[in-house]
Design a protein around this ligand. Sequence first.
Ligand code: GAR
Length: 204
Amino acid sequence: MSAVVTAVAQKPIVLGVLGSGKGSNCRALIETIQAGHLNARVGIVISDVPEAGILELADKHGIPAFHIPPGRFRTKFEPERERMVVEALQTYGVELVVLAGWMRMIKSTMLNAFPRRIINVHPSLLPKYPGLRAWEQALLARERITGCTVHFVDEGMDTGEIIAQQTVPIVDGDTANNLHARIQAAEHALVPQVVQWFAEGRVA
Ligand code: GAR
């Protein structure tokens, strides 16, 4: 008698995507899912910026999208507001939180609710050039190679454990804008790749 192998389709991992900007990384996730290369579903999108493109993108794709005002702080959410973010993520069954251009620090309310389940994409080869406009920092430092990093989020700024990186060359005559575009193209492949590792249980 021959062995019968039953392929059991894995349930898609449910993502909560947080972003403050135009949402090109969120778009890359959606398109990779639609292409059948990523076993995930974007369950909710949240932004701290009411006019952020990422909210419009989510709307266009029928994904629940919410603006949650951060409160009185400039670099993080007030704890009460961060609790609202957590509640929204939990309401939509989120299993993995993806910070895709999220420009605020994450604090204990969220970290405790999603232990080792919050990842961030950053446009440099961390630990080099954390913080704002990392591609410009690399350009000004006359680097020949930069790149992007996907890492676990902790309380620090771009300091969490690194999961994956992709290098990107800096070429003569590069401007900040075209370098950032080249880095973003690398991010659009790296982020879905890392999320797929989570979906397959390959990142613990
Ligand atoms: C991305 O390049 C991401 O690496 C960066 O913001 C951009 C968001 O673009 N994040 C940071 O700098 C965080 N420190 P997107 O809105 O088009 O995805």
